[in-house]
Structures are given as structure tokens and as C-alpha cells.
Design a protein around this ligand. Sequence first.
Ligand SMILES: *[C@@H]1O[C@H](CO)[C@@H](O)[C@H](O)[C@H]1NC(C)=O
Ligand SMILES: *[C@@H]1O[C@H](CO)[C@@H](O)[C@H](O)[C@H]1NC(C)=O
Ligand SMILES: *[C@@H]1O[C@H](CO)[C@@H](O)[C@H](O)[C@H]1NC(C)=O
Length: 751
Amino acid sequence: MFRWSISLLLLTSVGHSAQQVIGPRGNSSKPQTDWIWNQLHCWEGVSEPKQIGKIHSVWHEEGKTKYHLEGEGVGTIFKVDPNTGDIGVYRELDREKKDRYTLQGIVINKTTLMQVGTSTKFNIQVLDVNDNAPIFTKDPFNGTVAEMSSKGTSVLTIIAHDPDDPTVDKHAKVTYKILSKQDNFYINAMTGTINVNNPNLDRERKKDYQLIVQAKDMGLDQGGRSSSATVHISLTDINDNVPFFQHKQYNYSALESIPLGAAIGRVKAEDLDEGENAKILYTIERNSMFQIITDPRTQEGVITLKKPLDFETQQLHRVGIEAENPTPVKGKRYKTRTTLVIKVLDVDEPPVFSQSRYIFSVAENQHDATPVGRVSASDPDRTKDPIRYSLSTGMDLFKIDVDGMIYTRKQLDREAFFWHNITVAASEMNKSNSISYTNVAIRVLDQNDNAPTLADNYYPHVCEDDPFGTVIQNISAVDKDEITPDVKFFFSIPLKTSNFSVKNDGNRSASIMVNQVDFNQNEVSKFSIPIVISDNGTPRLSSNTTLEISVCSCDRDRNPINCSHFAALNSGVTVTTLLIIFLCIIVTTILAVLIVRWKVQRQSAFGRLVNIPGEIREQLVKYDEEGGGEMDTNSFDITMLNSLRTKGVQPLKMTDCAPVYAQVRKPDNDMGSVVQMKKDEADGDRDGLPYDTLHIYGYEGSESVADSLSSLDVSSVDSEQDYDFLNDWGPRFQMLAELYGSDPYREGLGY
Ligand SMILES: *[C@@H]1O[C@H](CO)[C@@H](O)[C@H](O)[C@H]1NC(C)=O
Ligand SMILES: *[C@@H]1O[C@H](CO)[C@@H](O)[C@H](O)[C@H]1NC(C)=O
Ligand SMILES: *[C@@H]1O[C@H](CO)[C@@H](O)[C@H](O)[C@H]1NC(C)=O
């Protein structure tokens, strides 16, 4: 209704006043117009077809020509009456999409369809209707403001835009207002800025606020179009709360055995603030056995142990602690206090030795059960259980009694071990699981129980022309006993008269000097000088040694040239030793030779087989083949083989075999008949190897009067045995006879 009333009003005004004259033609004194039309408007949002005005051209002739339009929307949105020039709008327009259309008007000859006269351009203006509400740039809006902000502090500005034509009335004039019922915030209706109204907004009571805001056009007038949006406002924290402990006292308990640095418990001071403002700094009173540090994750105070706890000294610890914010609260520092009560719990602790290690000493060579030293341990617990001692190591040399006194079990020898480091265990009676150990180092003290001896084997010589006082040897001595700087040795020659004297240098060495002149190695080749070496210990101990001095002829530098005694002595090897070594070498060599010979004899049978000379290898019958076969009448008499085979399964008797060997002339001696018998036996043995197999015997034994039976062995060069009789043994031994018998060819080779 409203829209149509406006539209009617405008139509009347357009009809009367909005005459426009366009396109002057000809000279200005006589204005002529080709086209006349009203100012053309159209309201947006009108859905029914509507006449908006008409165009008129001087070129139009009723019946002959017609009006025609060109341009955007012609034919669909806009249509023209061809005869009257009335323009109608047939579609609903939206000014917010397009607020002006430019069209062209033409006159066309109906018959020729050609344009007549000039054309014209004109605009159709779309007029605004308040058909849009303001649109918020966001929904929701988020804003933050610190808690306790003063009245008027701005929080955020909300913005909404109206797409309608801002030039038309107040169609796009937006005003704002908060729809929610509240009085914490207010809004500037013109600018949209939201401000704090209540200066006592407390984040710890309520953190988030939600407002519904409205944007409306038509300014402050009644009516208009509106939309709404949500505004979230969060309060940010300020440090307006001090930390506090919820209890006046916190109780903990800890075993007395816990290690230093171990955590005993946690305490927390509450702070209603958050983040940086809720950080807590804990302090503990001075000289406490405990420490407190802040766990940065939870802001809890962690109580740790600084000095060891001991149930037996103090069972309850009371400690005051304080907590504060590191940043001031409203410009001031506040501290809050509480008390920690820590109860120490008893732990059954193992015995404690009075020292972490003991060092004792005891003299060597003492009778057994000599006291060495005493260890002591005690039960640190209140029960004060009696302690039992025992040795963990060193039981073979030491023992310990109930009071912790250590005794020797046997005599000690410093020269064998001068430290005995043993372990002593202490345990509480009736409790096997609480044991402590300590190290006891026992040093064995020296006694003078070893006499000094010469440090080396000396082989001095005196030259025949050595003058009086010549030092021919420096000697020194050693002693297994402990050598301290105070230890001194004395060397002497226990003879009334001697050709040599000894000069002590005061420490542990001395010089042997010549006492007379003109030695002659042909008279005396060596001197044996007794030397006594004694130490200065208590008791004084001494040893006797003999020094052998060779007499030599020397060059000018006292180097020996010829000493009858010297050579053997100098090398340290006596003639007897040399003789023994020599004998040993001879015996070993003989043994080696014998063993080698025996071995060679054992292996000779195989050795020969492998080393058969080339020219006889072809004729040798190997035991893994049958030989030349029936055609080879040289090696075999096949009739004899057949005669044996045809006997078949019947057991052979000695007599059956007789014809086979009838032609063989037996050797004259007895051994020959024995051999013959053995051969017959072998031939009759059906369990043995076949007749034509070559038998090889690895070992034939020894001590045989008949010499070797082996036909292979006889090729050795030194064998002069005569094998000519083999020729007489018939064709079967022909090959052996060829090999070993006296054969002109073989002799020619010089065997
Ligand atoms: C505004 O705050 C709400 C809830 O407080 C949140 O879900 C949303 O993501 C926030 N939006 C922006 C743009 O920060
Ligand atoms: C024994 O203990 C002593 C003293 O601590 C030390 O000097 C020595 O080297 C130790 N001996 C052995 C074998 O551990
Ligand atoms: C000293 O040496 C000479 C030979 O040079 C010898 O006859 C004499 O017995 C030696 N004296 C002693 C005490 O050995």
C-alpha cells in the first residue's frame, strides 16, 4: 500500500513537469525536436506489468511507421507500443542489482522496414524502495576487555551495512541497539561501539558475556528494516587475587632412608587468577632440612630433602613455608603462610662401621693368634641390636672375634705378601638381611729375616801386571727384606792374608782391589776369594759367597787376552756341561736315525708299488682288474683257471691241486718246501681272494730266516739275493722272474 501510494504520486509529477526536449536539429532560433518523451522511472520490486511513460517522434506517421526499441532488456523487461510509443515494464526490477537501463528508440517504415529519421537514446531509472535490512559484517562478534575496567572502556565496534540507496530518505541510515536485557555494557547507537557500563565486572565470578545486538535502518525513526547478531565478550584476567593455602597445616611422612633430593610431597597455594597472574613462588624458612621448588606445570610446591633424615635424632619436622605471586597484586606484594609437618618413619638400617676403611699393621714371623687390630660397628636403629662380625675374605690367614678384634691365623711372610686387604662383615643378631661391609688393609711389617747376597754373578779377572790398588770389580748386594735408605751392607774378606782386598763404599756396594803385584797365570790360574756380606738390621744377618778371580794376560786397557781359566767361566758353561750336551746330541741323532729306518721298512711295500719303474708298469697286474683275459696266454694259462673254476662248489682237496703245481720244481732247501706248502694252502683257500689277484701285504714281520717273501721289496739296490729260481717256477711266475731274475736286459741297465 505504502509503495503504491508513493508511486502514484511520482507518476503524476512525471506526467506534468518532467518534459524533456532532446536532439536540437537545424538552427537554434527555430528549435525543432525529433523526439519527445517523459522522464522515465520505474520502482523496483513491482511485479505487475506497468506503463511508465511514452516516447514520441516527429518521424512517426500513423499507419506507415512504427516505434521500435533496442537495448538491454528490450522485449523482455521493456516493451513499446508500435503505434502509440507507450513504454511498459513487464518484469520486477531490483535497484540493488541494476539501477539504470539505457535504451534506443527508432522509427521504422512498416513496408520497407527501414529506419526513418534519427534515433534517440534515453534512460530508465530504477527507483529505490527500502527493501533491504542492514547486514552485519560478522556474526558473532568477539570482543575482550580486562576485568574491572572502568565505565566507558570500549570493548568493540559492531558494523552493519545497508545495501539500499543511501541517498533516498534514510533507507541506508543504520542505528544500533543492544536487545539483551543487561546493564554491564552499553552501545553507541550511531557508531556501534560497545562500552563497559559496569566497572565491577569480575572475571573470577563470570568470564563470558553474550549480547544480542540489532541494526536498523531508517535512522532513529520508527519502523525500518532490522537484523540482529550475537556479540561474545570475554573478560581477561588481571592479578587481583592473592594466593592462599587451604589448610593451616599439611602433613607428610618420609622414610629416614630416602636419598637427598628425593621428593617428600607437594603443596599447592590456590590463586583464582589465571596464567601469569596465577604463578606461585614458594619459599621455605631458612636452615631447613628441606627445600621447596615450584613445579612450573602445576604451580605446586615440591618439597625435597636437603639433609639426611634420621629417625633416631628427630622424628618430626615442622617447617613454615610461604607462597606469593612473583608479580605484584594490585601494586602490592602479599605472602601467605602455612606449616608443613613431616613425620620421619623408622627404617631398619644395617650396622654402621666406625670407619669407612681400616688400616692395620702386624709384624711378619709372629706366632699365630697375634692381634692385628679392632673394627667396630653399631646398630644405628633404636633397638641397638648386638653386632656379629665375620670375615668375608682372608679367612685362611685371619680370624675375628665377637668384639671385632682381628687375629692372625698363621705366621705371615712379608716377602710373600706385604698387604692383606680383607673384607669384614657386620650383621645384626637375628637379622640376616642387614649386613654392612668394610675394607681392612693389613700391612705386614718387615723383620730382618733375609741375609744380603750378591746382586749378580761376577766373573772378575786380574791382569798379570795389575799394579797395587787396581779395582778389578765393583760388586753390590741385594736383600729380600725391605730396603730403606737406612739399610747398609758390609763386605769383607774373612782371611788373615789375601792377594785382594775389599773396599766398602758405605751403602750397598763395594770394590775388589789388588793387594799384590806380579801374578802369573802359569803359576796360579785363578783365585777363589771368600766374601762375607752382612746387613745392619736386627738381628744382623750375613751370607758367605766365593768370588772366582781369573788371572789373565791383558792389553794396555786391561782387556784380557789370554786366561787359562777365563773362557769357560766367562761363558758360564763348564766343560762337563758341554760334554753332557754333546752326548745328548749324539744320542738323539742315533735315535732319530733308527726311527726313520724302521718307518721306511714298514712302508716299503706300498712305497715300491707306487714307485714301479715305467717299463714294467704295463705288465703289472693291478688287483682291481682281471688282467689280459683269456687271450693273454703269456700271463695266464686259461686251462688252469678253467680247471679250477669247473670244480665248482665242491670243497677242494690238497690232491686236487697237485697237478697245477706238478711242473714246478721245488727249491732244494727246507724253507722252499715250507713256502710251497703255504702256497698250496693259499690256493686251496676258497675264502681267500681269487686266484689271479695280486696280494699285497703291508707288513711282513721281521726276524725271518727265510728273508723277505715280498717280491716287490727285492728291487732295493743293496739286495744281492738271487731270484733266478723264479724262472724254474713255471709260467705263473714268469713275470716275477722277468722282474727280479737275472735278466740280460736288467743287468745291462746296471741295477
Ligand atoms: C568467537 O567466540 C566463539 C566462542 O566464544 C568462538 O567459537 C568463535 O570461534 C570466535 N570467533 C572468532 C572469529 O574469534
Ligand atoms: C691394599 O690396600 C692398601 C692400602 O689401601 C693399598 O695400598 C694396596 O694397593 C692394596 N693392595 C691390594 C692388593 O689391593
Ligand atoms: C798370592 O798369590 C801368589 C801367587 O801370585 C800365591 O803364591 C800366594 O799363595 C797367594 N797368597 C794367598 C794368601 O793366597
